[in-house]
Design a protein around this ligand. Structure first.
Ligand code: ZN
Length: 279
């Protein structure tokens, strides 16, 4: 991609004040970059990163891009493509900092959850396509405040981004946070949205996807009960299901993934006043 305007924005590192109404910035793989754009008297800019449409929020009199940074991203300069809304295209550069995530070793008694058989693999492939499509959802909802509430009460038993080994086999990094809670404990919507998918999957168990708008998607896994249906609109704090231990688990807990522009990011960045470990 050709850079015709390279505006280095000296993105503030973690520790910067939590911008009111926006998630906390932490420009690392699995984090979020904030990119201030034109004054909000101008038309809404259309922003793309890594081929995906990016959320643009109104903030302090400006349009601001809220960019999810994939865990697989290489630290260093990255290009953000902006269309000004008046037809002009500009590329901006952001700097992604390196972050080393801790390793986590998990022992599973159910060997099929580590080495699925051929039938399981066919099912997993089908389900991955449904999950891929859900995370790629884009709806043009204007969003003002982006403060989430915790979807369940309990201790955070696994933080985001852990490099995971199941029975010593390397697997995908932890794409969300785990909240330890008893079987049947209520799960509430952390933010308003629309239920775009529900299902029971091999690894994720009983699952709900909520589209909060502008590429911001929540996924809730391992439920015992799902209390919503596809297409249902949910309010913040509305009960959507109950904690369970379906899918690949060692005990009852809620796994919560937050995705922005199809990048899984640390949900803690959306929770004011809560700082993830190692940040
Ligand atoms: Zn988890």
């Amino acid at each position: 991609m050709r850079i015709n305007l390279c505006a280095l924005f000296g993105l503030l590192l973690g520790g910067a004040a939590h911008a009111q109404g926006l998630p906390r910035e932490n420009p690392v793989p699995g984090g979020i970059a904030l990119l201030p754009l034109a004054p909000d008297s101008e038309p809404v800019p259309v922003v793309h990163f890594d081929g995906h449409r990016v959320m643009v929020a109104r903030h302090n009199g400006r349009w601001e891009a809220v960019i999810g940074l994939p865990l697989t991203l290489t630290p260093g300069p990255q290009t953000v493509a902006v269309n000004t809304g008046r037809g002009a295209n500009r590329d901006y550069s952001i700097t992604v900092q390196a972050k080393e995530y801790a390793a986590q070793h998990i022992t599973l008694k159910n060997k099929r959850m580590v080495e699925p058989n051929a039938e399981d693999l066919a099912r997993i492939t089908r389900e991955q396509e449904i999950i891929r499509r859900a995370f790629a959802t884009w709806t043009d909802e204007p969003l003002s405040s982006l403060s989430f509430r915790m979807p369940a009460r309990g201790r955070i038993s696994s933080v985001f981004g852990l490099r995971r080994f199941f029975n010593n086999e390397p697997r995908q990094p932890h794409s969300g946070i785990d909240i330890a809670a008893p079987l049947g404990a209520p799960i509430v919507a952390p933010f308003a949205g629309t239920v775009i998918e529900i299902g029971e999957y091999f690894f994720n168990g009983k699952t709900i996807f909520i589209d909060h708008g502008q590429g911001l998607i929540s996924m809730f896994n391992h439920l015992s009960r799902i209390l919503v249906t596809r297409g249902m609109h949910v309010k913040p704090g509305q009960k959507i299901g109950e904690v369970g231990k379906t899918g690949r688990v060692t005990g009852p807990h809620l796994h919560w993934t937050v995705s922005l522009n199809d990048s899984r990011v640390d949900p803690m960045l959306f929770l004011p006043g809560k700082k993830p470990r190692n940040e």
